[in-house]
Design a protein around this ligand. Structure first.
Ligand code: GLU
Length: 327
């Protein structure tokens, strides 16, 4: 397949055929995703998530030049889960600043599962990065104000370009009831003075942030804003500061796919953040945002259909951050 020109969609002559190439590639990628859904399982440790249909596979692309492409179940709602960590980190850096946030949480990948507790005690006292659960709970605890969730929801609505984003109460209550592992991490971090306030407040904020409903289109919009250095390319409005966007995208490369980040970097080479709701947020620098959905997860908590879809798309459209021939 001819690769799409790197100037997003090429010259005007190329645009029509580039559009068809992208749409065909998306449809093929959804078929590829569907082929592997049976190799994973929906999350059950948050009981409400077990109701998802593992056969749903969808994708949406938003280019920085204003085009939208979609295929499959792109309109299905699902909760952000860990993808919220990209927005809560943005908010924490914006409101509490770099020094405060990174005095609570590190900058290194862990190589452990997203909900691992083990390195909290054996390595440094603070969690290794803001993309694992412990790190995200610590990051959330840094956000100041009377109602940090309202600040979060405002920012999420802004960067996803969707004013009607809202919380899925069933998922929130389900996780609040079942989230004992996260609770144990929060209390551990309180004992180490990493969390300064009430650990229940940090947890409640974290559970709420994870429980906001989105679609692949909402994620594609946030990805597009990230790809465009924090500026909405359509309105020209800056929605996130450039230095923060750079940090978020870098974490997406090093830690965005949990302990599967290394393999995904080799195979797809697209900065991405997954969530156990089945979503993946992806950024192709300077070109597009991609939102993907398939709730069938591998044992690391990554969407199997979503990853396969992205690997396929990366090859067919030439999206790997180190261009060159992919296997
Ligand atoms: N709310 C989920 C949890 O804390 C998020 C995990 C994820 O998406 O990786 O377990």
């Amino acid at each position: 397949m001819r690769q799409v020109s790197s100037s997003v969609l090429g010259s005007s002559d190329e645009r029509g055929s580039d559009r068809r190439i992208i749409q065909k590639a998306l449809e093929k990628a959804v078929d590829e995703g569907k082929r592997v859904t049976k190799t994973g399982r929906v999350a059950t440790y948050i009981p409400e998530l077990s109701k998802a249909d593992p056969e749903h596979v969808g994708v949406c692309i938003k280019t920085v030049t204003g085009e939208t492409y979609s295929a499959g179940d792109w309109h299905e709602p699902f909760t952000m889960q860990s993808i919220s960590k990209t927005i809560s980190l943005t908010l924490a850096l914006q409101t509490a600043g770099y020094d405060k946030v990174f005095s609570k949480v590190g900058l290194e990948p862990t190589g452990d599962s997203f909900n691992s507790i083990v390195k909290l005690e054996t390595r440094t006292a603070h969690p290794l990065n803001p993309m694992i659960n412990a790190g995200a709970i610590a990051t959330a605890s840094c956000i100041p104000g009377e109602d940090p969730f309202e600040l979060y929801l405002d920012l999420a609505r802004k960067v996803c370009l969707n004013k009607s984003l809202s919380i899925n109460l069933e998922v929130y209550l389900s996780e609040k009831r079942a989230g004992m592992r996260n609770r144990s991490m929060a209390y551990w971090m309180k004992s180490e003075n990493i969390i300064e306030g009430d650990p229940e407040d940090a947890l409640d904020l974290y559970f709420r942030m994870c429980s906001v409903n989105v679609t692949a289109e909402d994620l594609a919009n946030w990805g597009m804003v990230l790809a465009n250095d924090g500026v909405d390319p359509i309105s020209g409005e800056r929605l996130a500061e450039s230095w923060i966007v750079r940090i978020v995208k870098t974490f997406m490369v090093t830690c965005g796919m949990y302990d599967g980040s290394g393999e995904f970097a080799i195979k797809a080479g697209i900065p991405s953040k997954s969530g156990v709701g089945g979503g993946i947020l992806s950024v192709v620098e300077g070109r597009m945002g991609i939102g993907v959905f398939n709730p069938s997860l591998d044992f690391k908590g990554n969407s199997v259909g979503g990853m396969h879809l992205l690997e396929h798309l990366s090859k067919s459209l030439g999206l790997h951050y180190f261009a060159g021939k992919q296997q």
